[in-house]
Design a protein around this ligand. Structure first.
Ligand SMILES: C[S@@+](CC[C@H](N)C(=O)[O-])C[C@H]1O[C@@H](n2cnc3c(N)ncnc32)[C@H](O)[C@@H]1O
Length: 399
């Protein structure tokens, strides 16, 4: 882990935010009885149930009354003061459409409350803003209209419209179910912040590495340290000195498995980051992006041709990869892409990583594991025997 906040510092910041912002947020969820609701069930644009539940609160359900509707209406159409307009492309695979805006994903009240949180986070010292924004962005899926309801409707002989409805959770993509929950923004933020606090308390967090500000200090630092660079990896590689890299590990998008920047757009808009969609090496169903299989292969190949000169003569490149269709391997094949780059493929081993993940392709014929493909710079590189000891090591190309 890198540069984690101190547990005590984070805890105090979290408490400060709780003291100042929680009452304001809870006020926006006030019910006629004076208590604050925690969950609302919506059917399209109509509120159908008001609920209170959570730690220490036994689930209570209330019929929707005019007061609840007026409370919500106060914020209808609210425009965020902090969050930029997200950029979406037509991509049915992730249920995105060009022209979608923040108000399609959040109620006005949720956006109002997210702004209150951001106002307060920005008042915290610089080193705490990042973990607090991480807490916020980790929670926004659950703050959105993408939280589906697990409904018993139609079961139990029609015992009542929403009897036993359970709160689902946002998982991935931009599906906005008709029957969905609006959850208290404070509860979502509090749950993620508490999880981060618990993680910060654990002893295994003691091993941290310093973060350098630029590549020069990283290269000169004798202690293990890290540099985080936001931007295009190809541009970054080009900026490095020739023959300076001993090991390059890369995990590029695996062909059409996921349109990463498109999926991250809502979160990038909250963080105020403007990604370079053009430079992303990916296959996307969004036609406007022009990111088909051919451009993907060409760009991956271009990346590889940039690596060769930067490697030391005894350097290695490790590429995490897998794809279902042979054509997706073009840019990596020893006799095609990597051949142009001057790199020599020496073998691969299996890795347990994303193939089993919920968010990966789980259609028939999908992948059971990924590979780490190993390349060297020159014919003369001595291949360490240690590769042969890795379970599943093979010198064959996977396809
Ligand atoms: C397979 S994911 C990496 C996942 C990462 N290893 C992890 O565990 O979170 C591939 C990532 O490469 C990024 N990417 C694509 N083109 C890039 C480029 N030109 N420069 C830098 N990153 C790029 C994608 O946006 C995506 O975030």
């Amino acid at each position: 882990m890198i540069d984690l906040p101190d547990h005590k510092d984070f805890h105090q910041a979290f408490k400060r935010i709780e003291k100042s912002v929680k009452p304001l947020i809870q006020d926006t969820y006030k019910m006629e009885c004076g208590d604050s609701a925690t969950h609302y069930l919506w059917d399209e644009d109509g509120m159908v149930l008001v609920m209170r539940m959570g730690r220490g609160i036994k689930r209570q359900e209330f019929e929707v009354c005019d007061f609840d509707v007026r409370q919500s209406d106060k914020y209808s159409g609210y425009k965020s003061r902090h969050i930029r307009n997200p950029i979406f492309f037509d991509n049915s695979r992730i249920n995105a459409e060009a022209g979608l805006g923040l108000n399609d994903f959040f109620t006005g009240r949720a956006l109002f409350n997210i702004d209150l949180l951001i106002d307060r986070i920005l008042m915290e010292p610089g080193h705490l803003r990042e973990p607090l924004m991480l807490t916020l962005t980790a929670a926004v899926g659950q703050m959105s209209k993408m939280v589906f309801a697990i409904s018993e409707r139609g079961k139990n002989g029609g015992r009542g419209a929403n009897v036993g409805v359970q709160v689902g959770s946002w998982a991935i993509g931009f599906w906005r179910p008709e029957l969905h929950f609006e959850i208290s923004v404070w509860n979502c933020f509090f749950n993620k912040g508490s999880a981060l606090l618990r993680a910060l308390e654990r002893e295994d967090n003691q091993k941290t590495f310093p973060l350098c500000n630029d590549y020069k200090s990283l290269a000169q630092n004798e202690e293990p340290s890290a540099l985080l660079v936001q931007g295009c990896a190809v541009d970054f590689i080009e900026s490095l000195a020739d023959s300076s890299i001993k090991l390059l590990i890369t995990d590029p998008p695996h062909s059409d498995r996921m349109p990463y920047l498109e999926l991250s757009e809502l979160w990038n808009s909250i963080l105020g980051v403007i990604p370079d969609f053009d430079k992303e090496i990916v296959v996307s169903n969004a036609r406007q992006r022009g990111k088909g299989q051919i451009s993907y292969g060409d760009n991956l190949n271009r990346f590889f041709t940039k690596i060769g000169p930067k490697l030391k003569d005894d350097g290695f490149v490790a590429v995490m990869f897998n794809a279902r269709r042979n054509v997706c391997w073009e840019g990596l094949h020893p006799s095609h892409g990597s051949g142009d780059s001057g790199l020599r493929y020496i073998g691969r081993f299996p890795m347990v990583y994303s193939a089993g993940s919920l968010v990966q392709d789980n259609r028939k014929g999908s992948l059971k594991h990924d590979f780490v493909l190993i390349y060297v710079k020159t014919e003369n590189t001595t291949i360490p025997k240690v590769f042969e000891e890795i379970p599943g090591w093979s010198t064959e190309f996977p396809v």
